[in-house]
Design a protein around this ligand. Sequence first.
Ligand code: ATP
Length: 308
Amino acid sequence: LAQLYGPLNSLGYIYRAINQNLVDTERLMKLLDEPPEVQDKPNAPDLEVTTGEIEFDNVNFSYDGRVRALNGVSFTVPKGSSVALVGESGSGKSTILRLLYRFYDLKDGEGRILIDGQDIREVTQQSLRRAIGVVPQDSVLFNASIAYNIGYGRFGATPTEIQVAAQAAQMHERVLSFPDGYDTTVGERGVRLSGGEKQRVAIARTLLKNPPILLLDEATSALDTSTEKDIQKALQNLVKGRSSLSIAHRLSTIAAADIILVLKDGQIVESGNFRDLLAQGGVFAAMWEDQVSAEEAAEIVNKSDIHN
Ligand code: ATP
């Protein structure tokens, strides 16, 4: 498959646009099976993003028509704010991201998903996906230069723009350590990057794409402290000023989120910021009690840039 990339690159923008969606779609959300076709309505208008506010309004969803993956889910992501989704495996976190990306359409009477007041079923998929940047758990690298891998976020990006994005994604210094800098081939047949480095490439790509809305799926694997810090900084630069929904596994992300939604069996059982949820002593507090000591949590609260 990789051998196809070279010749296909020359097809330019169209190929990139299609391929971008494939990469975003498949890899990002662990979507292993074929998503059913989602059809645009005849003469559907483009989505017009004004502020990037997202609203889930009483959303019900089932994959198989029997078991409900989401049950009466309502929440708002105010413009520019960060929302962290937490909850045990199977609680519905990925389903929320998949629905916002329109892998599936909601059935009539099963709620609505709105962006700046527009029902996402009513607008073109292309305009919707243009407005959304995706940072997957495990990013895909092409057997191509690091510049290509980053520049892929926006067709026609200049070398300077690529470098600025790499800097904001905390990847520039690492790239300079490669034998041919930005011209170094990465991927299976070039310099192999670690999981944390691949994620920073994905962040740089997304910074170039510059979407108003972000979907992030954090890796579950543990990272060493310096990588963790680099990613944290890169993510801070990325989420700034954008509406974001993250499947959050890192305490640092969760602590810094404007709103945390706690999911259980497809329902939101708690919501609020980190301090409030800990003080509430409910599901979230119990979850974190299991994972971190109170001192560790307090240290993170103090260190994070929490203004809510
Ligand atoms: P994890 O943390 O393990 O990724 P999650 O919170 O993201 O879990 P979802 O993937 O949203 O959970 O799954 C919610 C429910 O929907 C689960 O019961 C799951 O088994 C079911 N489900 C998810 N994907 C599919 C699918 N493609 N077909 C049928 N059922 C599915």
